[in-house]
Design a protein around this ligand. Structure first.
Ligand SMILES: [Zn+2]
Length: 311
């Protein structure tokens, strides 16, 4: 049996897999931060051993564990900083393998792991190369070519959330830059842009009636043809198209897969992007496919297991 682990800021998602990637069961643990990650790895190890026994197996039948973590991993496996989980300068694979007495533990950045999962069993299955864009609280991404994650030299390959897509921005992004994709295409960014547009104009909009506006409200209203919401959605689609065009001109994936909470807007969202993307990639006669992710929040555990199976 194999285990896939996806460590997030509030929960750790785990899955037990059999053989070539058949998910047998999945569950979650709360992320207990503190003591530089000690509790997180204690909890994961105890839970995996427990589930192995519950499933009628022995700890010796655990063949490998893959993990996705919220932060960059250096080529030597060191994680310099994981802000959301309160760790600094640790070797996550060693932390877990020591506790489990298991040599095969593989780790990767969570966005890359999700990309690997989607390319293996999700929206990118069947393509030799694909680029995942995750639209959630932030914007993440990852590239998978021939079953391998494109890591880059500094661990940020695929992180398109901080690609500059607008040059007239006055507010700073969380990263310190101005005009990052994340400022327009994340759930937070969509709401921010809608509020800005409402403040700037007197265009009537159903959004003006909504308290605690969400990205879903904006995209739902856009689907219904609300002019202000549609303007925000189209601008967002344009920013994504620009970023995807940059990706295409550099690594040329067969397909883009769009995931994360915002992707619940479905084909409407794909439509917002596709037209502009095609305009910006005139150089190609055959354009990259744009698909929706299909694994939801299981992408991480699938990708984590794929990481181990690929070793
Ligand atoms: Zn940024």
């Amino acid at each position: 049996m194999y285990f896939g682990v996806d460590i997030g800021g509030t929960t750790v998602k785990l899955g037990r897999f059999q053989g070539e990637g058949v998910l047998q069961e999945k569950w979650e643990l709360p992320t207990r931060t503190g003591e530089n990650g000690k509790y997180i790895f204690d909890d994961i190890a105890a839970s995996i051993l427990n589930k192995a026994v519950q499933a009628g197996g022995q700890p010796s039948e655990i063949k490998g564990v893959g993990m996705g973590l919220p932060g960059s991993l250096l080529p030597d496996g060191r994680m310099e900083i994981g802000v959301n989980i309160g760790v600094k300068d640790i070797y996550p694979a060693k932390e877990l393998s020591d506790r489990l007495g298991l040599p095969l533990v593989c780790c990767e950045n969570d966005a890359n792991v999700a990309a690997l999962g989607e390319s293996w069993k999700g929206g990118g299955a069947g393509f030799r190369s694909m680029f995942l864009i995750t639209l959630g609280t932030g914007v993440g991404g990852g590239a998978v070519f021939d079953g391998k994650i494109l890591k880059g030299s500094h661990g940020i390959a695929g992180e398109i959330g901080h690609l500059t897509v607008r040059f007239d921005e006055t507010e700073a992004c969380n990263c310190g830059n101005r005009g990052c994709l994340e400022q327009y295409a994340s759930a937070t960014g969509i709401v921010r842009e809608a509020k800005r547009e409402m403040a700037k104009s007197t265009i009537p909009s159903v959004l003006r009636e909504i308290r605690n506006l969400t990205a879903k409200d904006v995209l739902d209203a856009a689907k219904e043809g609300d002019p202000l919401a549609l303007g925000v959605a189209e601008a967002m689609g344009g920013c994504l198209a620009w970023a995807m065009s940059c990706v295409t001109h550099i690594v040329d994936p067969e397909a883009f897969v769009i995931g994360g909470g915002v992707s619940a807007a479905g084909e409407f969202l794909v439509g917002l992007i596709r037209k502009k993307y095609e305009e910006m990639t005139k150089i190609l006669s055959e354009k990259a496919e744009i698909r929706l992710a299909t694994l939801g929040n299981e992408a991480g555990i699938y990708g984590a297991v794929r990481l181990v199976l690929g070793k």
